[in-house]
Each structure stands twice: as structure tokens, then as C-alpha cells.
Ligand binder design. Structure first.
Ligand code: FE
Length: 179
């Protein structure tokens, strides 16, 4: 099966399930993140990263439910590795770093933590809490750290049940252009 169809199936299947304590489904959350990236004028690769950032919840041995029960499912890493079959680092790296970006922002911007949703505060603890100063330094040296931070901010905003959410198909031509 072509990769875009494989991804579309995941959005339609597991993606239709609840997004761990948020007001939107997982697929809506990811499509909203993609839309926010697009509206910000982000390059196609970063729009794709925003759209696909949580794909790791559908991959790997541990699920998002495991994460909500206190076991880190490392979905940023499993998602990025899975996507690397077809996409380059401009897509996979911001995905890999999007959980680190939350831990980074919690350390770098005190006001950021206050804006996190309840579910995000809970998973932050499971994922290692705010970064230490050494971890902050290492994160800032990552070539895709700025993209990962941008993705993280769209991720945090993409939980709005009142906005018109585009379907996965809206992003197909963009994804096809990146394969
Ligand atoms: Fe997310």
C-alpha cells in the first residue's frame, strides 16, 4: 500500500478515538496542528511534521493509553522512526523532538507551563519533567530545535472543539510532494 494510504488508514482507524482527556479526537488534533502550521506559513515539511507528530501513538508496542497510565510510550521516537521510511529529517526530526520541546519550554519559559492542559501536565511528569540546564543546552544544539518548538506550540493549541477541522485528505497533495 502507498504510504499516504497507510497513514490515512491510521487517521481513520485509531485516529478516530479519543485524544486522552482532550475535547477532540486524535485525528482532529493532528489535522488542527497541520492547519495551524499551514496558517503560520510554515514550509511543507514542517506542516507535514505537525500533521503527523503523534503518529507514534498508533505505532510501536506501547499505546497512548499506556502513556496515560504512567508508562512513557516514547511516541515521538517511534513515530519519527516509522516516518523515516518515506520522509526526510525536515519532517521526522521535529516529530522526534516534539516531546523534548515541551520539556524544554517548561524549563525555558515559566509562563508556558501554566498554559498546559491537564493531560499535558500529567504526561510531562511521565516523560521526565522539565529539562535540566544541561538538557536545555543539548536541546538548543539540535539542528531542528526551532522547528520542534514551533510544532510544540501548534500541538498545544490544536485541541479546540469549536474550529472547523480540515480532513486528512486536505493534506494529501502536500504529503505526496514530500515523499
Ligand atoms: Fe500532540
Amino acid at each position: 500500500m502507498n504510504p499516504i494510504d497507510q497513514i490515512a488508514e491510521l487517521f481513520a482507524g485509531q485516529g478516530a478515538e479519543d485524544y486522552f482527556g482532550e475535547a477532540v479526537t486524535q485525528a482532529e488534533h493532528m489535522c488542527q496542528a497541520g492547519l495551524l502550521a499551514q496558517q503560520s506559513g510554515a514550509p511543507d515539511a514542517l506542516v507535514a511534521a505537525a500533521l503527523l507528530h503523534d503518529i507514534g501513538h498508533f505505532q510501536g508496542e506501547l499505546s497512548g493509553d499506556d502513556l496515560m497510565q504512567g508508562t512513557d510510550n516514547r511516541h515521538s521516537h517511534s513515530g519519527s522512526e516509522w516516518l523515516a521510511q518515506w520522509f526526510g529529517p525536515a519532517v521526522t526530526e521535529p516529530v522526534r523532538l516534539h516531546v523534548a520541546a515541551k520539556r524544554y519550554l517548561c524549563a525555558a519559559e515559566p509562563e508556558y507551563f501554566a498554559k498546559l492542559s491537564e493531560a499535558s501536565v500529567y504526561t510531562l511528569q511521565v516523560q521526565g519533567g522539565p529539562m535540566t540546564p544541561e538538557q536545555v543546552e543539548r536541546f538548543e544544539a539540535e539542528p531542528y530545535c526551532t522547528d520542534a518548538v514551533a510544532l510544540r506550540r501548534w500541538d498545544d493549541e490544536a485541541k479546540d472543539p469549536t474550529i472547523q477541522t480540515p480532513s486528512f485528505d486536505h493534506f494529501r497533495p502536500l504529503l505526496e510532494g514530500l515523499l
